[in-house]
Design a protein around this ligand. Structure first.
Ligand SMILES: [Zn+2]
Length: 235
């Protein structure tokens, strides 16, 4: 008997900015404060929202930061944006003015690459549209090839033209489904890594050549390729 589809997901809404010590980047960073709400949906229609409080993440590497490491007050989100730089954020929070922007260390860049690597490997992709297209295109190709095989006498003995056609149709559908799912997932992962690195480079004015150099130390091909693309796009 089919069950009722119920989804429970945590939704984060960006709420404000503060500064804090990021243990991954090893320096003071802009910290994004998010309101977290648990949303219960029945057949994708939200029916119940429960506020869970706030969570903090480093704006540079996007990894969680302990709220105890974050300085108050939190300023509203529209009041600052990352390209303005950390000294402006400190000033807007009522702190010292005229501070110098912190230098970008290799540790900070590795922290970014490391975060992107694990995000890309853990990402979940809704394969729905990509997989369906693969099956829809693969099935007729399979049918055609199997009928051709039947005509030239390559089909399995004892199976008639209809049986061979059905076999080709199903095999083509399955092969198309698997191939398109793999391609869709790889493309989504590469896109995520490229976007994350490009955003960090734009917001923080990073040295893209240095980032691409450091990325060669990583096992993940997704990260190495994304960093190289990021460097080449600037040229
Ligand atoms: Zn960080």
């Amino acid at each position: 008997m089919p069950g009722i589809r119920v989804d429970v997901k945590n939704r984060r809404t960006p709420a404000g900015w503060a500064v804090g010590n990021c243990p991954h980047c090893g320096q003071v960073e802009a910290i994004q404060i998010d309101d977290v709400t648990q949303v219960t949906s029945i057949y994708w229609i939200p029916v119940y929202r429960r506020p869970l409080g706030q969570e903090c993440c480093c704006d540079f590497c996007r990894r969680p930061v302990d709220p105890a490491e974050v300085a108050k007050p939190v300023i509203d989100r529209p009041l600052w944006s990352p390209p303005e730089g950390l000294p402006q954020l400190v000033e807007k929070m009522g702190g010292e003015s005229g501070l110098a922007a912190p230098p970008t260390t290799d540790r900070r860049l590795r922290s970014l690459l490391d975060a992107v690597e694990s995000e890309a490997s853990l990402m979940r992709v809704d394969l729905g549209p990509g997989a369906t297209w693969g099956a829809v295109l693969g099935a007729p190709v399979g049918l055609l090839l199997s009928l051709l095989a039947f005509e030239v006498g390559l089909a399995v003995k004892g199976i008639d033209r209809f049986g061979t056609g059905m076999f080709g149709l199903m095999t083509g559908g399955v092969v198309g489904l698997v191939a398109s799912s793999v391609a869709y997932f790889r493309r989504a992962r590469n896109k995520l890594a490229r976007q994350r690195l490009a955003t960090a480079c734009e917001n923080y004015g990073l040295d893209r050549a240095r980032l691409a150099d450091l990325a060669t130390e990583f096992n993940s091909e997704v990260v190495r390729r994304a960093a190289a693309t990021c460097r080449d796009e600037q040229r």
